[in-house]
Design a protein around this ligand. Structure first.
Ligand SMILES: [Mn+2]
Length: 273
């Protein structure tokens, strides 16, 4: 039995199926951990979501910004933009409600205690302890998984407030937590997010750091698995930080990281366009 953490699928069903073949994935014996952004921008978001749903008893996944956007659109809280038109097929599908109902019940953060690891879509905010991260994730999940989820989606969009404060409450508090777990890349010394820049870790905006490189980062031995940041190409040279998004949807690679022996497997997404 093996456990594989896999990066952002973003609707790349063919690459996902090839990678499962490459690692000789056996449902029932092996397990998957998906880093979120299952859908959007790729060739077959509906097919990918159906494939993941079909494997739901053999995997755990966290939600990414694109997954939350899809849910917000489905709940009438955001418009579907042209660049997201591949999501329309999910909204129109006869099994769309079932797929979206399952997606909405997924968490923002999971613990993988057997490997002393955690997974979120964008990472763990550097100034938060793991206990703080966990309890803040549970705050958003409690609303997301409830009948009040539309309030969350209605107030989810925006980059402000940029940083955490214990005094935050209501919609602002939920937005800040959601932004940290699903959109974070660069952050300044005071812990404020910069949510525009998507480039390489070596080229941060002035005054900002990649979240995992923050000079005051809270340190712990627990391994952090995350996706979201394709420009890292799955490569962060810091022990215990495992970047999984290697830009499958952008002609890059789809990455699987085996937790038992820390071995990486990649399938090339360029050959099959
Ligand atoms: Mn993302």
């Amino acid at each position: 039995m093996s456990t594989y953490a896999i990066g952002d699928l973003q609707g790349c069903l063919g690459a996902f199926e090839r990678l499962l073949e490459q690692i000789n994935f056996k449902a029932g014996a092996d397990r998957l951990l998906l880093a979120g952004d299952l859908v959007a921008r790729g060739p077959d978001s509906l097919g990918t979501l159906r494939k993941v749903y079909g494997l739901r008893d053999h995997l755990r996944c966290v939600l990414g910004n694109h997954d939350l956007h899809l849910l917000a659109v489905a709940h009438g809280a955001a418009p579907l933009k042209k660049k997201d038109r591949d999501l329309q097929a999910i909204l129109d599908a006869p099994d769309g409600d079932e797929l979206l109902g399952w997606l909405r019940q997924q968490p923002l953060m999971i613990d993988i205690p057997e490997f002393d690891a955690v997974m979120t879509h964008a990472g763990i905010p550097p100034l938060w302890t793991l206990d703080q991260a966990r309890s803040r994730a549970r705050e958003v999940e409690a609303v997301l998984h409830s009948d009040q989820c539309k309030d969350l989606f209605n107030n989810m969009y925006g980059n402000e407030p940029a940083g955490w404060s214990d005094a935050l409450h209501g919609a602002d508090r939920l937005r800040v937590i959601t932004n940290h777990f699903t959109r974070m890349r660069f952050i300044n010394e005071a812990g404020e997010l910069e949510l525009q820049t998507k480039g390489e870790a070596a080229a941060p905006p002035p005054g900002y750091f990649p979240w995992f490189d923050h000079p005051k980062r809270v340190h712990y031995s627990t391994r952090i698995l995350f996706g979201h940041w394709a420009a890292l190409a799955g490569d962060v040279a810091i022990d215990g930080i495992e970047a999984l998004d290697s830009g499958c949807v952008w002609d890059g690679f789809l990455t699987a990281f085996r937790l038992e022996d820390q071995q990486r497997f990649q399938c090339d997404c360029r050959k099959h366009k």
